[in-house]
Design a protein around this ligand. Sequence first.
Ligand SMILES: Nc1ncnc2c1ncn2[C@@H]1O[C@H](COP(=O)(O)OP(=O)(O)OP(=O)(O)O)[C@@H](O)[C@H]1O
Length: 591
Amino acid sequence: MREVREAFRRFWPLTRGDRRWLLAIIACVVVSALAETASILLFAELTDNALEAGSLDAFWGPAGAWLAVAVLGALVGYLGNSLATWTAERFVLRLRAGVFRHVQDLPPHFFQRHRQGDLVERLTGDVEAIEQMVVSGVVGTVSAAFSAVFYAAAAFWLRWDLALVTFVLAPLFLLAARRFTGRIKEASQDERVADGAITSVVEESLGNIVLTQAYNRQGDEAQRLDREARAWMKASVRGARLSEMYEQFVEVVETLCVLTVIGLGVWEISAGRMTLGQLLAFAAFIGYLYPPVRSLGQLGLTLTAATAGAQRLNEILDAEPSVKDPAAPVRAWPVQGWVGFHGVSFRYPGATRRSLDELTFTASPGELVLVTGASGAGKSTLSKLLTRFYDPSAGVITLDGVPLADVPLAFLREQVALLPQETLILNGTIRENIECGRPGATDEDIERVARAAAAHAFIAALPEGYDTRIAPGTAALSGGQQKRITIARAMLRAAPVLILDEPTAGLDAVAARQIMNPLRRLMSHRTTILITHDLTLAPDADHILVVDDGRLAETGTHAELASRGGPYTRLLGPAQGAPTGKAEDTSVLRV
Ligand SMILES: Nc1ncnc2c1ncn2[C@@H]1O[C@H](COP(=O)(O)OP(=O)(O)OP(=O)(O)O)[C@@H](O)[C@H]1O
């Protein structure tokens, strides 16, 4: 029960703005219940006065009234149900948008720790489960409670003594609900987890289809899916069996109640204390009473199933973004491009060792600083700190002397453009892909940067040119071509500080050479932090930082470092006269 309360406290505020509609829906339900009650009473009147007496004169009045009540009930029922669906879907819309917005601000390690399929399930299935509780649940409960009170009152009004006898059996419903609640919750929680796992397996397998096919892993992948699908099937069948058992049990209890009513009715009629019309109306009230009572009994089940979803969604909502906008941000200023790392150390949340250890360096406006070092040395981490995906655990990073923590986040990311290791392509046209560097850029601007990025020629040769649609993971363009599109995008952004993380990663020698000049053009007049194993551009660099195990191993220009015989010379490899070199590093350097 505590979980239900917590879920309500968290999600009920989302109904703000729609509460009057909730009231309107409940009003419709009340009117429907009143119409139903009236029609039952009219039916009793018809039975006693028209049917039993065989009088057509006594038929027209109640029949007309019944028809009018039925039409009113139908209109109100239609209105109430349509309104209920609309309100429920609006809630889902709002909740999903809120969770999605929150997810978008979460730090990279959150996504490394959660499988994508599972997140998808939380944003779809779990969001709907919460709606079932917060909107449909509330409306359903209030409606059921109103209806139950109406029909019970009408039954009491007709024959309080008979009603009392029938209600004695009511606790059986509650008993059944209590008995089944916990087990159905467990099954529904297992089902959701399995749902997420299935989506994850399908997504991972399809994303890795080349590996699957090249290494004949189809069987293994099918087995992986089969394992998760069986878990889902087990949970789903168990859930359905429990619900069915509950339904059937309730059916039997209901039959018991109806038989009791008829038995007592026959006795009363034979003693002349009741008319047939009264008995039929009484039986109808009791019959109408069951659905709302049943849904009240089932409320526990809906609530517990929904709390399973709420708990999974809370896990996302409780995850904090790793950085926040400063409480007292500095005002935006024309950024020159001074970058400073002052004794910066950093450990990833949950990690045992530091990925950066007291790193200090500065870059002046327009300078090219090349950061190199072995794989896992901490180079990409440096880019994540400079774009403020994380704050340092110790030390300060500054932009034009201003600590990054004081700079508004959106402004910072406008000033520091990141070209990450993986080529990021949006689902859209080539034009849109470049334009996202500076939304609202003109076609001339887009073409200018595409030319500078050596991308215009191949774009223009495409049948649809800049309107060619591309998407992540599609093969419409080669790796090098996609890279040049992202270079054009970064050029358009025109940020004073640029971070390039392994710009030649995944490209062959020819493609890597083709992007060298575009990269040089991109870097000119900007402070550039170039993170790379590929030392082709090393002679262009104003200074080079060699990072080893999170620490600054040495620094200097290419000429200084190459002749020093230290770690940099080893990275350059034997061709440059170095004594030895790590195989994994030198192979990349030879590109
Ligand atoms: N999300 C994370 N959680 C914990 N540790 C991490 C995380 N990301 C990276 N690390 C660790 O931080 C260290 C530095 O990683 P980083 O990605 O910065 O290395 P890199 O020098 O860029 O390597 P590469 O050249 O292979 O890209 C590594 O030991 C890595 O295992």
